[in-house]
Design a binder for this molecule. Structure first.
Ligand SMILES: NC(=O)c1ccc[n+]([C@@H]2O[C@H](COP(=O)([O-])OP(=O)(O)OC[C@H]3O[C@@H](n4cnc5c(N)ncnc54)[C@H](OP(=O)(O)O)[C@@H]3O)[C@@H](O)[C@H]2O)c1
Length: 303
């Protein structure tokens, strides 16, 4: 197969939902995309501007491209793609937007360096529908001279591009940390909706109350940040013993209606353990100490 090459070609490797959304956003912004997917794919509608050309191999896709974006399931998959394109990619910058753990992304960056590639780690923080809109949000890590080549990609994806330095662990650490909050929050909402549902309060009636407490949570985060950074727990606003009583009520109320207490039991148990180590009038935030201490112990044993 022959490929049409322009100096501003962006190669997109991986045309799952996210890779396709990115390819379309680049084309819609007037760019030329040369794309590859492991399983042959087509686009049902042509882009509003630009072009998307589909080719048969990663090596063909990256030919003469100035920028290469990889967006596949995980880092096991992206490493196969990187090995397949390494001999053909030349001086182009490879942006890997496949989700991985911090350890995986660092290992992938190290392998890319061994292969002599210019390499950037990206983490896409939004669903496909927000790609190419003002709501898009993507984190990037890499060397300044490589990040500089991603300008057209950043512009096509729209919204916020957050360049976080040259540590390839940072985008996935922030990505997974935000998802940690998001999934726990969604699970807590479903759990609490079931709890009120068991008392005849339907989810629609409950929603404004849930939204209100999420706002309260938002206002609580700066204080928690100050507490864990200073490791001081003497603000006097939410005592450990008082919070433990709330948590006991949630666990009991869940159990009363036949609902597994879930996250509430986990938080209650962490609070009970804190009560064995700290005075009852310590701020509830001291629950963080167990997590901070276990990370310190692991770092010390790794040295
Ligand atoms: N979708 C979202 O809303 C979203 C949001 C943020 C981040 N992400 C991240 O974006 C990445 C892509 O996600 P996605 O939504 O497009 O769907 P996905 O199901 O995570 O990935 C599908 C893509 O991965 C390819 N793939 C899987 N294994 C492969 C392998 N061994 N070699 C080559 N290609 C392989 C698939 O190719 P085939 O078609 O041949 O199977 C397909 O192109 C993921 O890392 C995901 O976590 C997605």
């Amino acid at each position: 197969m022959t490929t049409s090459s322009t100096s501003d070609t962006i190669a997109v490797l991986g045309l799952g939902p996210m890779g396709s959304a990115i390819a379309r956003a680049i084309a819609d912004s007037g760019g030329h995309v040369r794309a590859w997917n492991r399983t042959p794919r087509t686009f049902e509608t042509v882009p509003a501007a630009g072009t998307i050309e589909i080719v048969d191999s990663p090596a063909l896709a990256v030919e003469s491209a100035e920028l290469v974006l990889i967006c596949v399931r995980d880092h096991a998959a992206s490493r196969e793609v990187v090995e397949a394109l390494a001999g053909a990619v030349g001086d182009a910058v490879v942006v890997n937007a496949s989700t991985g753990t911090p350890i995986e992304t660092v290992e992938s960056a190290e392998r890319a360096a061994q292969l002599g590639l210019r390499y950037v780690t990206a983490a896409v923080m939004v669903p496909t529908s927000m790609i190419g809109t003002e709501h898009s949000f993507v984190l990037y890590a890499g060397r300044d001279e490589d990040i500089g080549v991603t300008d057209r990609l950043q512009a096509a994806l729209g919204g916020v591009s957050d360049v976080v330095g040259n540590d390839h662990a940072v985008p996935p650490a922030l990505d997974l940390a935000m998802l940690d909050i998001y999934f726990a929050g969604m699970y807590a909402f479903l759990h609490s909706a079931a709890l009120v549902g068991a008392h005849g309060i339907d989810a629609t009636r409950y929603l404004p109350y849930a939204e209100g407490i999420v706002e309260t949570l938002r206002g609580t985060l700066p204080g928690l940040t100050t507490a864990i950074e200073g490791r001081s727990y003497d603000g006097g606003e939410a005592r450990l013993d008082m919070c433990l009583a709330f948590l006991d009520h949630i666990v009991t109320t869940s159990t009363d209606v036949g609902l597994d207490p879930g996250l509430a039991r986990l938080v209650r148990d962490a609070s009970s353990r804190a009560m064995t180590r700290w005075p009852a009038d310590t701020d509830w935030d001291v629950v963080a100490e167990e997590m901070l201490s276990s990370i310190s112990r692991r770092s010390e044993s790794a040295v």
